[in-house]
Design a binder for this molecule. Structure first.
Ligand code: LLP
Length: 437
């Protein structure tokens, strides 16, 4: 479900023709729909309501301050993974008491910063970290509330680079030894072990891993309580998949169906850390065709967005729909895509289309947004929309090739506003100018 639709062969975001936005703000441009964003937040809040969940929006998916502020305004807390994200979360909204802090390498400075600002829970990723946080908190005269992150050791369930609950990844504590780790800090004056955390990976299209993870969590909650820890929170992380193709994703209710029974059995309050599910389908990346060319038997459309704007296709081979903003009358208004996530090349042949690679200006052969896509003939100046680009798009963007990062615009009904201005050449060198040789 999203609020991007074609009306009379022009793509709209809510009630705004996106071509107008490209005209006004330039390209490449991230265009967000507030309605889509809030729809997905509400979907999660409603589906999990029986467990009175603390929904902590995962800032890494998209840390734009205005978007984070919207999340806070509508009842979400934040899931952060660095001091920088913690800073964003604090700046975004008065939700200091609802910030969960995960990540395998929290520095002493980050730990202190989080404690000073009333972090809700640290998700603990190693035994050393647990003791370091306990000791720092104790020295500060505080008690750190922590949830031990366990790697439940489940079968592979998503891309190898983003699967966090298989054996052999750096995340969490081994399920075989986590109880011993918990035993080692019984009575620690700087620690309150109040939760179990797991994040299975991302994106996950099936509910079964959450059922299995939930079952394992129930056993751990019991074991921790037997040690005397007052376990009150069960944090099941994020990872819910979205529709990149057509309708392959599950609704929040399907995940709730398998997670809620486990939560009920423990009597814990549920914590969730969704990122992609909320923001993923809430944006398109708009780009403009610079040139087209045919070489080596292939057809290329070279547009002004690149791997520095959206690295997911290059990094994970991820699939994003790409389609003209104003498709001509002799091609389908929207692309025909196979919804089966197991089909490697889901685009179906379409009339008056031919296979093209959608590439950017970055000096790498790996710089592409789509490969061998049936697309209509395009010409200089045409606008393209790259769909489902809201999560891990802008947040993973870089200045590689000294490219200016894109601007971001938020659409609300018939209105729009800039929520991040386009960078300038001056921004590019700002951190170097003051210490120039
Ligand atoms: N909680 C923890 C501890 C995480 O590590 C993550 C994501 C989340 C929550 C949020 O997951 P989500 O609900 O957004 O799926 N760059 C990759 C995804 C990396 C995910 C990292 N961790 C991509 O573009 O697919």
């Amino acid at each position: 479900m999203d609020h991007f639709e074609y009306r009379d062969r022009a793509l709209y975001c809510e009630d705004v023709p996106v071509a107008d936005l490209a005209e006004q703000y330039g390209t490449p441009l991230y265009v967000y729909s507030e309605a889509t964003l809030l729809h997905h937040l509400r979907e999660i809040q409603t589906a999990f309501a029986p467990a009175n969940p603390v929904v902590c929006y995962s800032v890494k998916a998209n840390g734009n301050l205005s978007l984070c502020r919207l999340m806070g305004k509508h009842g979400a807390g934040y899931d952060v993974t660095s001091g920088g994200e913690f800073f964003r979360a604090l700046k975004a909204g008065p939700q200091g008491s609802k910030i969960v802090f995960a990540g395998v390498g929290k520095t002493d400075a980050e730990i202190r910063y989080a404690l000073e600002h009333g972090v809700f829970l640290f998700d603990i990723e190693s035994e050393q970290e647990l003791h370091a946080i306990g000791d720092i908190a104790h020295h500060m005269g505080r008690t750190a509330a922590v949830a031990l992150r366990v790697n439940p050791d489940l079968p592979p369930k998503t891309h190898v680079k983003t699967d966090t609950s298989v054996k052999g990844v750096k995340f969490g504590l081994d399920i075989e030894t986590v109880v011993d780790v918990a035993r080692g800090v019984v009575g620690h004056p700087g620690l309150a072990v109040v939760g179990i955390h797991m994040h299975l990976g991302s994106p996950i299209l099936k509910t079964e891993p959450y059922r299995q993870g939930g079952e394992r969590a129930v056993k751990l909650v019991k074991a921790f309580r037997d040690l005397g820890h007052d376990i009150r929170y069960l944090n099941m992380g994020g990872g819910f998949g979205i529709n990149y193709r057509r309708d392959e994703a599950k609704p929040a209710g399907a995940f709730a169906e398998v997670i809620l029974p486990a939560v009920a059995e423990t009597g814990c309050q549920l914590v969730l850390e969704p990122g992609r599910f909320i923001v993923g389908n809430a944006a398109v990346l708009l780009s403009r065709v610079v040139f087209t060319k045919s070489t080596g038997g292939k057809h290329y459309v070279i547009q002004d967005a690149a791997m520095n704007d959206l690295i997911r296709p290059t990094l994970y081979g991820s699939f994003h729909r790409v389609w003209p903003v104003r498709p001509a009358a002799d091609v389908p208004e929207r692309p025909d895509v196979d919804g089966n996530p197991d089909v490697p090349d889901p685009f179906r042949p379409m009339p008056n289309c031919f296979a093209q690679d959608v590439v950017g200006p970055v000096c790498e052969s790996g710089d592409f947004l789509a490969k061998d896509r049936p697309l209509p003939a395009l010409k200089r100046g045409d606008l393209l929309a790259v769909f489902s680009a809201g999560a891990y798009g802008m947040s993973m963007a870089s200045n590689y090739n000294s490219r200016l990062r894109a601007a971001e615009v938020l659409v609300t009904g018939g209105t729009h506003r800039l929520i991040r201005r386009r960078e300038t050449f001056k921004d590019l060198v700002a951190c170097e100018e003051d210490c120039l040789l």
